[in-house]
Design a protein around this ligand. Structure first.
Ligand SMILES: O=C(O)CCC(=O)C(=O)O
Ligand SMILES: [Fe+2]
Length: 432
């Protein structure tokens, strides 16, 4: 375990605390942070004689109250307005907590699991610090736990048997099919496709490591990320009242929602998993089409879930390359011009989402919907769907599915789905 412990900064200077502007904090939290930092350095330098187990527990209490205080601040007002200094503070305190968890856990699995959870909370809620240190620590610990569990693990079957799923296939009309193009040239993409129409692009993912020998099996995801904490959406769609979000480990998510038929859907949705677990990013190759815009900010979001997840009809501001790695999805597309016939929500946080349940529309309430033209496709593993900015899309998974969505020119248009996770979307973050 000492190699993981060695990843934690040892000296005050190594912590680069000068990069954090603590004048943004009130005196009590500044004082608490100073105290915690000092204690962390003592623990890190292994001054066992001076630092007993009781001291460690006291430190943990201080750390937890600091985290709680910062959490409150992070959840006040809109996510986009949160001062990055508070997020950095959250990351530092999470780093200190991770070391404490290892110390208190005495190298038992539970200590490692708690340490990973601390790092992940820092990654989800915080700002990157110290060159991705939280990510590196969590990655090393995950690998350790995976190796430890290998000896205990019974041979597990990889995939749940998918029951005969014909009835979940939609009735489709050939005339509405989205055009399919096999690896279009850059010129063709630029002149005929970009900003103009959606197309299914085949062949562009053939060399993705993620696609080789079905690399992205459930077992692989467990290996790379099993013990990592991620936000998941619970409930079939984010417009439902019963919809909520929770934080869970990838292993728990797989056990409870992917490998078990569950009455409530769980969806690891629109999440920047690759920022949190950069190792997974090596498995995908961003296609050249993504570099054609004026902006090179490419965001990769993961969508991992069982059969039956639904993303209600909505639009996003970016060019989107929805790339299907595992399984298949039914997708319906409507152009921006027909927006009025799609009855967008009036609530300001949902203005980019239609009120219509696409496959079971209430035509008395939404009469224009039935005659509104659309395109549709079943996106299969190995294909990517180009969705132009502001084109409406509805997505339902037809099997266990893993998609990566590559977004280009992500800009803040006030569209509320760019929060730490989609908590921000429904205004569940308290307004001041
Ligand atoms: O795959 C899904 O469930 C939704 C995908 C989506 O909305 C997007 O990539 O923008
Ligand atoms: Fe979308």
């Amino acid at each position: 375990m000492s190699e993981v412990r060695n990843l934690f900064p040892r000296e005050r200077d190594d912590l680069q605390l000068d990069k954090i502007d603590d004048t943004k904090f009130n005196p009590s939290i500044r004082h608490l942070f100073g105290e915690i930092t000092q204690m962390y350095l003592k623990v890190r330098n292994n001054s066992e004689a001076q630092f007993s187990e009781t001291d460690c527990s006291t430190l943990l209490l201080k750390i937890d109250s600091a985290l709680q205080y910062v959490w409150e601040t992070l959840h006040t007002g809109q996510w986009k307005d949160v001062d990055p200094e508070w997020r950095k503070l959250y990351s530092y305190v999470s780093l200190f907590k991770a070391l404490l968890c290892l110390e208190l856990g005495k190298d038992e699995d539970s200590g490692l699991v708690n340490a990973i959870a601390a790092c992940d909370m820092g990654l989800i809620m915080g700002e990157p610090i110290l060159d991705g240190l939280l990510s590196n620590i969590a990655d090393s610990l995950n690998e350790k736990l995976w190796k430890l569990s290998e000896t205990k693990r019974a041979i597990q079957e990889n995939q749940k048997e998918e029951e005969d799923s014909n009835e979940c296939y939609p009735q489709m009309n050939k005339e509405n099919f989205v055009e399919t193009v096999h690896v279009p040239s850059i010129e063709k993409f630029l002149l005929d496709i970009m900003d103009k129409k959606p197309v299914v692009i085949t062949g562009a993912m053939d060399f993705w490591p993620a696609m080789s020998e079905s690399r992205w099996s459930v077992d692989y995801v467990r290996k790379v990320a099993g013990y990592r904490t991620v936000p998941v959406e619970i409930g079939s769609k984010y417009t439902d009242d019963a919809w909520s979000q929770s934080l869970t480990t990838v292993n728990e998510f797989i056990d409870n929602y992917i490998l078990t038929s569950n009455a409530t859907a769980g969806y690891l949705a629109q999440y920047q998993l690759f920022q949190q677990i950069p190792q997974l990013k090596k498995d995908i190759l961003v296609p050249d089409y993504c570099y054609l815009g004026t902006c090179d900010d490419i965001q990769v979001n993961a969508w991992f879930g069982p059969r039956g997840t639904i993303s209600p009809l909505h639009y996003d501001p970016d060019h989107n390359f929805l790339s299907q790695v595992v399984g298949s999805k039914y997708i319906r597309l409507y152009s921006e011009e027909v927006t009025a016939s799609l009855y967008p929500h009036e609530q300001h946080l949902l203005f980019n989402t239609s009120q219509v349940d696409v496959e079971h529309p209430d035509l008395e309430k939404f009469p224009l919907f039935s005659s509104t033209p659309y395109l549709e496709t079943i996106l299969e593993s190995g294909s990517m769907l180009y969705i132009p900015p502001r084109m409406w899309h509805y997505v339902r998974s037809l099997s266990t599915s893993f998609s990566d969505c590559l977004r280009v020119e992500c800009q803040w248009y006030g569209i509320p789905n760019s929060g730490p996770f989609r908590l921000a979307r429904l205004g569940q973050i308290r307004e001041q």
